[in-house]
Design a protein around this ligand. Structure first.
Ligand code: MN
Length: 334
């Protein structure tokens, strides 16, 4: 039979299962699903926390779904990705990343939702994996922070437009304007940096004073650039200490992150946040991270979720490369 002019000559042995981004089941990055935490055996465990009680535009409870969808763009390389900056492969075997699905939610029941988040995160920590949480509104960082207790003590690096240090609003102490104060109250939380802060939020002057009195370093995008940029900021982080990164997507500028409840101009760029995460992963030991407040309903082209998913991948690449070089991956220790 005559061949078409479009015939592509592929030897049988060159054929491969491509598993392209539009094919298959949408776990984060298309990494394997682990639905039984008793059997969790991985370096990193992704967990969705679709909890929401936002103070303005709703939608963050669909964040895990949006981030998993967006992560398909980066699912080309189950056998790793070429990092052209450092001229090396990253996220290669034996690194093990799994998606544990979502924490179970009970609509309107903060107590059960938070207990479930804390239980799942602490179980992941007990199994020796680094939890990466997908919010959800920023209140999820309160039970996430308690769930990290056994991985502590640790420092907290927040990237956010807002200080989130409000003590309570009409008695509500567990809203998305309060996670940083609640974290600061935890015995296993040590130093704190709050980066990208510029937004108009629920924290008042006395909340800023309380944060500074705690010892928190509050760094606006302008502060960071005038001190010499992200490279100079990274120098402030003590080496070899443990860090939990809590990343509110609105820390990025509104041009990167309009798909959120309270988008804010004057924010950080993708490159600044990437360098910050990579610098932290290289300098310290990142023991957990969450990305919160992605609201897909205001993200019609998916760009906000894509930038968010990409920054998780950037962080994981740097974290796991460091562990690989130290021989600390689970697959290396057996
Ligand atoms: Mn926040």
């Amino acid at each position: 039979m005559a061949r078409s002019r479009y015939h592509v000559c592929v030897e049988e042995q060159e054929k491969a299962k491509l598993d392209l981004p539009f094919v298959g089941i949408r776990s984060f990055g298309k990494y394997p699903v682990c639905s039984d935490l008793d059997k969790l055996d991985a370096d990193v465990a992704i967990v969705g926390m679709p909890y929401e009680a936002t103070q303005y535009r709703p939608g963050a409870k669909m964040g895990p779904e949006g981030l998993r969808n967006a992560s398909m763009l980066y699912s080309f390389g189950l056998n790793g990705v070429y990092d052209q900056v450092n001229d090396e492969m990253i996220l290669t075997p034996p690194t093990r990343i799994v998606d544990c699905g979502d924490v179970d939610m009970v609509h309107g029941d903060l107590v059960q939702c938070f207990e479930n988040i804390e239980a799942m995160v602490s179980k992941i920590v007990a199994q020796g994996a680094v939890p990466i949480g997908l919010g959800g509104d920023h209140a999820v960082s309160i039970p996430f922070g308690y769930g990290l207790e056994k991985a502590g003590p640790f420092n907290v690096v927040q990237v956010d437009a807002h200080l989130d240090w409000c003590d309570h609003r009409s008695g509500q102490r567990f809203g998305n304007g309060s996670p940083m104060r609640r974290l600061a109250e935890m015995d296993h939380v040590d130093k704190m940096w709050q980066i990208g802060i510029r937004g108009i939020g629920s924290s008042r002057k006395h909340d800023f004073e309380d944060a500074r009195n705690y010892g928190s370093q509050i760094v606006s995008p302008e502060d960071m650039r005038s001190m010499g940029g992200v490279e100079a900021l990274i120098e402030q982080f003590p080496k070899n200490e443990r860090y939990y990164i809590t990343f509110d997507i609105d820390g990025l500028d509104i041009t990167y992150a309009s798909g959120t409840g309270t988008p804010s101009p004057g924010g950080l760029t993708y490159d600044e946040v990437r360098k910050l995460f990579v610098g932290l992963a290289e300098r310290g030991d990142v023991i957990g991270m969450d990305l919160v407040e992605v609201a897909p309903c205001y993200d019609p082209n998916g760009a906000t979720a894509m930038v968010g998913a990409r920054l998780i991948m950037d962080l994981l690449g740097a974290m796991l490369k460091k562990k690989e070089k130290l021989g600390l991956l689970k697959g290396q220790m057996k």
